[in-house]
Design a protein around this ligand. Sequence first.
Ligand SMILES: C=C(O[C@@H]1C=C(C(=O)O)C=C[C@H]1O)C(=O)O
Ligand SMILES: [Mg+2]
Length: 468
Amino acid sequence: MLIMDALLFDLLAKGCLKQEQLKKSILVSYTREFDSFDAIDIFRIGEKWNREQRLYWSDPDGIERVGLGYALKLAAEGETRVSSIADQKKKLFNDAIIEKWDQGLSGGPLLFGGFSFDPDNQKTSPKWHSFGDATFILPEILLTRTKENKSILTINCLMTKDKKPDEEFNRLTERIQLLNKSQKSLTTSAYEGKLTPTEEYLNEWKISVKKAIDIIQSGLMQKIVLSRTMRVDRQVPYDIVAILKALTDDQASHYVFAFTMGESTFLGASPERLVKKQGHDIRSMCLAGTTTRGKTEKEDKEKAEFLRRDQKNLQEHQWVVNMISQVLSRFCQSLLVPQNPSVLKAGQVQHLCTPISGKLKEDKTILELVQALHPTPALGGYPQKESLQWIRELEVADRGWYGAPIGWMDEQDDGEYIVAIRSGLIENSTAWLFAGCGLVGDSTVTEELIETRAKFKPIFSALGGSHD
Ligand SMILES: C=C(O[C@@H]1C=C(C(=O)O)C=C[C@H]1O)C(=O)O
Ligand SMILES: [Mg+2]
């Protein structure tokens, strides 16, 4: 037994004792360095031993995480879901036994998960069933690769009444040994057939877009974001690992994520940060206003220049900047908001982007920030409350977790949430892809159709689809 793993045994035994004393389940979390690993390959191994619970998360800074199995799951439904998750989390960490060697963000007991876009939407679709209004997973095994290329292993175990330290120790160490056997060479099964997408409810969507533009022109609303779904069926089940690999290869500058819950996997590559919190430092991003990419470098630049000056896109963008800076100024003693947006290249599109950073006035949890910000006018509209009502009325499908906050948080209530766009839900041989667009008074149905088609492209390519 490694000396480090003797420590794991001690912690489990301590957890067991504490459980008996306090008569409540005790979380034990142990973090140590690990051999270098291939995250996608580890994710693939998870298919064998815990197919229904695995996750992948990477960010543009180059941090990569993969989680297998779960030590526990938090869930909540309805309007109070965010505060319910916050309460459950607090209780969980109250008497937890946590052993990690640094206080940074590199490892430890991280909860991963997210929320549905709108818990009050009545159109609940069975395909989102295993995700619910809020689900968070504390992986049993979490591997992290830091920016500095350090590999870190976290093992989490909830010591309940029935668990014995030696049995848990044996089970967990066996699993770790399996990880070490991971082969670095990843072979994925390429798909030979042609994928034919169905743009679901396309006519209904066009009619709704026209209605939304009329509503905005009549002065009732400033902005409404409407989304639509593309369904792509195959003859055989999708290979989730191959799709994830394609996303990480092609969209490395994005947040790449995959959450498997039961039979379904929600995955994607999103450029949009909702909020990151580390101590009192917070960062957010206003992303709205879109054009396509040029075929040449020159054309790409010209399109970016057009975007910077285009009144319709600037309007779309400004509602997001106004709202996010208003919300964050309530929480912050200082806030940095650039005067003009920059242009962010994201796959087959480019966006207007205003990064915002600030310093909190007092301690807040990442979930308090998420609750205050979601949905921003990048995915909802302006004003916020009314935009949700219009979306409920005008959209045919249930957004589920599309466009919603997903991310992770640690025991100190730091963490990062992104907006789950450029994404798809996959169940066996069916994939549903999602894309939306922000409508303002100057929008047209034709242009918004082109914009959503461009936004579907990266995720459709990752499935193995081609665009001609
Ligand atoms: C709604 C989506 O994207 C959002 C809408 C944008 C727009 O309309 O210009 C741009 C970025 C995103 O905030 C999506 O990709 O599905
Ligand atoms: Mg737009």
